[in-house]
Design a protein around this ligand. Sequence first.
Ligand SMILES: [Zn+2]
Length: 233
Amino acid sequence: MSQTLSLYRLQQADSQIDRAQARLQAIQKTLDDDAELRLANEWAESTLAICQSGDRALKQAEVDAQSQRIKIEQTEASLYGGKGHSPKELLDLQNDVAALKRHLVTLEDIQLEAMLAAEETMSAHQAAQTDLLAAQSHSSEQNRGLHEEQNTLQKELEKLFAERAAVAGPIPPDALGLYDQLRQKHRGLAVAVISENSCSACGSGLSAAQMQSSRASGQMALCPSCGRILYGS
Ligand SMILES: [Zn+2]
């Protein structure tokens, strides 16, 4: 295979790879932009966070009420413990127990509210999870075609990369280097086919000598206008 033909084949493989990769990117963007699914995800996450903070508040309220009960028990034990308290001390202890019990009522109210709030946020989270599952199944139904296309393109890309490696293998490094430079400079197109005596990439006309040198094996002819490697079939 002449070097120019090899470079042309390489260009064909690279162009196909570029197209497949661009399409894969576009598919991924469409999949990522699934607004319904994204919102359902966000809602499920935020209801979970609210649930978790509600659970923490409930646990704290339980701990507070429980330690208040222990304080009451201890004060009552001291009150009825039979230790010789003066009438003033007994009165203080009775007042303490009464104050502790009043505060316990407040703490139990807080606990009850926390329990109700936790139940409410839990059911909101469960509803959000149900919505998320529905959005996921709707999205996968809707995007099945895209996922199938994604799989096909990925398999195609594997083949194309193998093909590219086989074509690129025998091309000398300096020719490959020029090819890569031209690909970067000209948005992926380094090799231009000669069509109707012109460079098909930039449209510039070619002299008979330029056309002939592009067909001669073992050398590369470049388009005098755009600098791409010319390939004459
Ligand atoms: Zn050109």
